[in-house]
Write a protein that binds this ligand. Structure first.
Ligand code: CTP
Length: 478
């Protein structure tokens, strides 16, 4: 046991300490809070372990904190959570746990503090500080967690096979903590992840995605994905990503390793943006490359990979039980458009091409440009600089056109309803054609972006199709 005593700042500690004294029990703050305290990092949520019933104890604390209504009880797990002034206080009775092999739900049996500590995931998360009067602030570290924090090591308190087999989600947690804290996973622990990888099947997809998202949100997510790949978990969780791996060589010509390229793009995006969904778009931007790969005329091609990749997104989300909502549509859109800006930035940059990109990307234009720039991973510095420079020109042009045209939030001044009313048409192909021609003419700068110009063109386009306007009453000024 380490003799070090800690000063505990949070006001709830004294109240919890008093509750323990009054009820003749022992309580400790444990887990993430203690780990982050030693790392001098901020940790918002607090976990407590109590001798006896965590639920009964939590009820007493809630009463003292005058927030009886803010308590959630999880009887099956023997835990209770209090929401107190934006902080989550979680209480659990010290337990000896043994897990059901086919689910993550533990069978709970009362135990000592040390019993509880050894059933936790990692030594660095098994540190506890006493809140009891006789040794308030005293750290308990039976498994060398402090030393592992100093040496930056993720390791399980028990034999790792046992810890991971108990709760396979911990395999992902190991990788997440290694990424977030910049630690390495001890070899024996990593070997156990490899060995137990198939056990991930009993973990719900929601929990898996939660961990993957946390890995995605670290400073250098590639580190996590390389580990996920190395231990074999990636293939089990997102097999489409594993298929990006490797380089094929024909007639002496190889293509780039699309897995490593993807990870570089992901890291590049992570430098520019905290947006999780933009990071997902980076992760999946080349997902269809294995499907579209062809060796034609002495070169490798991945024709249409962005469109096919976009089509794959809903199924990937579905497999991961991720909601098929606006976020999914956003990822799909960016994957589908990630090549759209390349010809614009490479060729002569015309107003109409930029306008079209602005119109199609809409409010996601800035994110799309971040993705496009992140996608420049050429090792030839000169080439890379040239491409990046071109994007600067595209950005400048966007600013200019934005001031002139407001294209980003723009809608054509003549809509389908007006076309139908004017020519007395029911919804049909012709309405769509006239509408698109008007939109394209404005985007290409052929006519002015005004109601009058659009209306005039609508009449001309109708006449070409032998349509006569039934009334001109809708003609109005913009
Ligand atoms: N824990 C565990 N096994 C798990 C999840 C959690 O042993 N599968 C234990 C660890 O002791 C952990 C504590 O419960 O420290 C709290 O878990 P959680 O709140 O998920 O993580 P934190 O360690 O607090 O980390 P974070 O900063 O991500 O909240």
């Amino acid at each position: 046991m380490t003799e070090k005593k800690f000063k505990l700042e949070h006001p709830v500690f004294r109240i919890i300490s008093l509750t323990a004294k009054e009820s003749g029990t022992k309580v400790y703050v444990i887990g993430g809070y203690v780990r982050d305290l030693l790392l001098k990092k901020e940790c918002k949520d607090l976990d407590f372990v109590v001798r006896g019933s965590g639920i009964d104890f939590a009820r007493k604390v809630a009463k003292k904190l005058k927030c009886d209504k803010e308590i959630a009880v999880y009887k099956n797990f023997g835990t209770a959570m209090i929401h107190y002034k934006g902080v989550e206080l979680e209480f659990v009775g010290a337990r000896k746990e043994s897990y059901n092999r086919n689910s993550r739900k533990p069978i709970v049996e009362e135990g000592t503090l040390e019993d509880d500590q050894k059933r936790r995931d990692f030594t660095i998360n098994a540190l506890a500080i006493s809140l009891n009067e006789e040794d308030y602030g005293q750290l308990t570290d039976p498994f060398g967690g402090v030393e592992d924090l100093e040496n930056k090591i993720i390791k399980t308190p028990l034999n790792p096979d046992e810890t991971f087999s108990d709760d396979p989600l911990r395999m992902l947690r190991a990788i997440r903590f290694a990424c977030r804290l910049g630690f390495r996973i001890q070899e024996e622990t990593f070997e156990a992840i490899k060995k137990n990888k198939d056990r991930i099947e009993i973990v719900s997809k929601e929990r898996i995605v939660d961990e993957i998202s946390k890995i995605m949100l670290t400073e250098k997510p590639s580190k996590g994905f390389l580990m996920l790949d190395k231990c074999g978990l990636l293939e089990k969780i997102i097999p489409e990503l594993s298929k990006l791996k490797g380089v094929e060589i024909r007639e002496g010509k190889g293509h780039k390793d699309n897995f490593l390229h993807t990870l570089q793009v992901l890291d590049n995006v992570a430098i520019s943006s905290q947006n999780l969904w933009l990071r997902f778009a980076a992760l999946f931007h080349d997902i269809a490359k294995p499907l579209t790969k062809k060796f034609i005329g002495g070169t490798w091609t991945f024709h249409n990979h962005e469109f096919i990749g976009a089509k794959m997104i809903p199924q990937i989300f579905k497999n991961l039980k991720m909601p098929l909502n606006e976020k999914m549509k956003y990822v799909k859109k960016l994957v589908g458009m990630h090549h759209r800006a390349i010809p614009i930035s490479n060729d002569e940059i015309t107003d109409s091409a930029v306008r079209r990109l602005m119109y199609d990307a809409g409010e996601d234009l800035d994110d799309l440009l971040i993705l496009c720039e992140a996608d420049i991973t050429s090792k030839i510095e000169e080439k890379k600089q040239k491409f990046l420079n071109n994007y600067q020109i595209v950005r400048k042009k966007i600013k200019e056109l934005e001031q002139k045209d407001f294209v980003r939030t723009w809608q054509p001044p003549v809509d389908g309803n007006l076309i139908m009313e004017t020519f007395n048409l029911k919804p049909c192909r012709i309405v769509g054609e006239i509408k698109d021609t008007i939109k394209d003419s404005i985007l290409d700068g052929k006519i002015e972006n005004t109601y009058e110009a659009a209306y005039k063109l609508m009449i001309e386009l109708g006449e070409k199709r032998n349509l006569k306007p039934v009334s001109t009453q809708n003609e109005k000024t913009s």
